[in-house]
Design a protein around this ligand. Sequence first.
Ligand code: PDD
Length: 290
Amino acid sequence: MTAPIAHFNGKLTPLDQISISPLDRGFIFGDGIYEVVPVYGGTMLRAREHFERLQRSCDEIRLQNPHTTDEWIRLSQELLKHHPGDQSIYIQVTRGAPKTRDHVMPKGLTPTVFMMCYPRVPPTREQVENGVACVTHRDFRWEKCNIKSTSLLGNVLARQVSADVGAVETILIRDGHVTEASASNVFVVKNGVVAAPPQDHLILLGITYELLVRLASEGKVKLEIRPITEAELRAADEVWLSSSTKEVLAVTTLDGKPVGNGKPGGAFRRMHALFQEHKAALKAKGAVAA
Ligand code: PDD
């Protein structure tokens, strides 16, 4: 089998021919940022928003973004010519490869740019219809979770807590409040009103989270952005996860106990339908969809 085509520092190259210096600060320090853009039948979903968030991540870590949003979109489209169908585009930028290891940010370093595609694995029909199991854990990560950093050890350790018991996600609690999950955002529903946690430094503001907020407002679904206590999470009628890979998914068991009546609720079904309609409308729009 030939290796898939990836993008490395301005060139399209077979993935297995890319080599990265062991001194690259991404390897040594996890000193980099990334994005994951979902692609439906060749159309990127909210590409502009993803690359604007990449810019914010660059700004937060004082990294010169090597490309403008328009350039990123063009580079993605070039890569997508080699990857038809439903894909995820992974984009990573690190601070580059200096000559020695030193925590201090070196001046004048060229960032390392890497992009690859892999087929999207959508949630299964079973997961959509029956919901998924999650567990909770203390949020032991750092205080700059708004940066989409490649330093994901905290998220990896958090995710493993659920993987170890066969659950789909670990919902994180910091100082008595829900933040997010290891690789997704979290919503709760009580009496038909959806709540989403504040858009602060303790969560990654998901592009899917923002899309759900927009779809809720257009679809006349009541949604509040406010702190959510652990008690509210445990007493919720519905709990949802959202991400570019999971779209929107209902959580039907939490720490082994049923959420609400243990089935995906009415608000979830409404939001899931709105999301699917939005996706269906994408194809008509062309290569970069809003
Ligand atoms: N993860 N919170 C965290 C910690 C995440 O890692 C992600 C996404 C999200 C949701 O963001 P979005 O809706 O923009 O995908 C929230 C990606 C998919 C990943 O790391 O693979």
